[in-house]
Ligand binder design. Structure first.
Ligand SMILES: *Cc1c(COP(=O)(O)O)cnc(C)c1O
Length: 341
């Protein structure tokens, strides 16, 4: 397989059109068999449910080349079941979980020439998504849907090493109690755009959202979960029913306990206790872990002992272990690595 002539270590994190994408349509109560197509456009009614009432959900995962030259992706079964959960919450039909994995595998295979080589730091980002496609003007769920999977090569998330970031405690809320914070829906992102543009304009890298009910507890950022490390080395992650259940976070908590022998705890984390932590990181598919150096709560600065130059030691171990498992340098738990080629 001849790779595309791409400068893998300098491509950045943007959309690059690849050769093939997967499309399946839901109509009259059933999904069709699905096809790979070269057509990168979507033609739908001006009144489509997704355009009027934002009935759309998505997933994100990566394919990459391991040390021994296989092309794999990481725990796609969890993306499949999370998309199914998102679909149920937005009254959309579930795309069968086994077919989700097949669609991901087929799409990556068809774009094998775009999977970056081992060691480049780049990966092939995979975006499965689904939206209501038929006309809907009275408020109700669409009756027709489209499920698609496209891929795009993305560069190393951190060029020249991961520098700790600074986070603002946001005055905006991300998710309501009993709302949609726990599903991966476009609507959760649309309403976060003003908050992130505001934070960037003020010089912050990200927002920390609090629980909307009491505004005393840590939830997450716009697109990544928090991990904290206590001064005695315990790994803590916030527990809340309005946090999106990150696959990276769940994997890191397992790695902390089973590979590194650390104590782990998923519990409510109060804004008032942040000073007690030694390290902080954000976790998600894109970066695995981004180290956080500082959190600013309306003038009160919380500076972690790990500083603004590098990841804290526990965060670094977590990062090295999980990326080692992903890249095939360390043995993976049963079922974590899905081989594609
Ligand atoms: C996708 C997402 C994450 C990260 O989840 P991963 O499965 O680890 O990629 C975290 N928070 C939000 C709000 C997300 O949408």
């Amino acid at each position: 397989m001849e790779k595309k002539n791409i400068d893998w270590s300098n491509i950045g994190f943007g959309y690059v059109k690849t050769d093939k994408r997967y499309v399946s349509n839901f109509k009259d109560g059933a999904w069709d068999q699905g096809v790979l197509t070269e057509d990168d456009t979507v033609v739908i009614s001006e009144c489509a449910g997704v355009l009027q009432y934002a009935q759309t959900i998505f997933e994100g995962l990566k394919a990459y080349t391991t040390e021994d030259g296989r092309i794999v992706c990481f725990r796609p079964d969890l993306n499949a079941s999370r998309l199914a959960d998102s679909a149920r919450r937005l009254e959309m039909p579930v795309f069968p979980e086994d077919r989700f994995i097949e669609a991901v595998v087929e799409t990556v295979k068809a774009n094998e020439a775009y999977v970056p080589p081992y060691g480049s730091g780049a990966t092939l980002y995979i975006r499965p998504y689904m939206f209501g496609s038929n006309p809907v003007i009275g408020v109700k769920p669409a009756s027709e849907y489209q499920f698609r999977v496209f891929t795009t090569p993305v560069g190393p998330y951190f060029k020249g090493g991961a520098k700790p970031i600074t986070i603002k405690v946001s005055d905006f809320d991300r998710a309501a109690p009993h709302g949609t914070g726990h599903i991966k829906a476009g609507l959760n992102y649309a309403m976060s755009l003003h908050a992130i543009v505001t934070a960037h304009a003020e010089g912050y890298d990200e927002n920390m959202y609090l629980d909307a009910g009491t505004r005393t507890k840590v939830e997450e950022t716009g697109g990544a979960n928090f991990l904290f490390v206590t001064k005695d080395g315990k790994v803590v992650t916030p527990k809340s029913s309005s946090i999106l259940p990150s696959i990276t976070r769940r994997s890191l908590m397992y790695v902390a306990k089973e590979y590194l022998g650390l104590e782990t705890e998923e519990r409510e984390v109060f804004l008032s206790e942040l000073d007690d932590f030694a390290e902080c990181g954000l976790c998600g598919t894109a970066a695995v872990i981004s180290p956080v150096g500082k959190i600013v709560d309306h003038g009160r600065e919380i500076c972690f002992a790990s500083g603004m130059e590098k990841m804290g030691p526990v965060t670094q171990k977590l990062y090295d272990t999980l990326t080692g498992i992903q890249m095939g340098r360390l043995e993976a738990p049963e079922g974590w690595i899905k081989e594609i080629v």
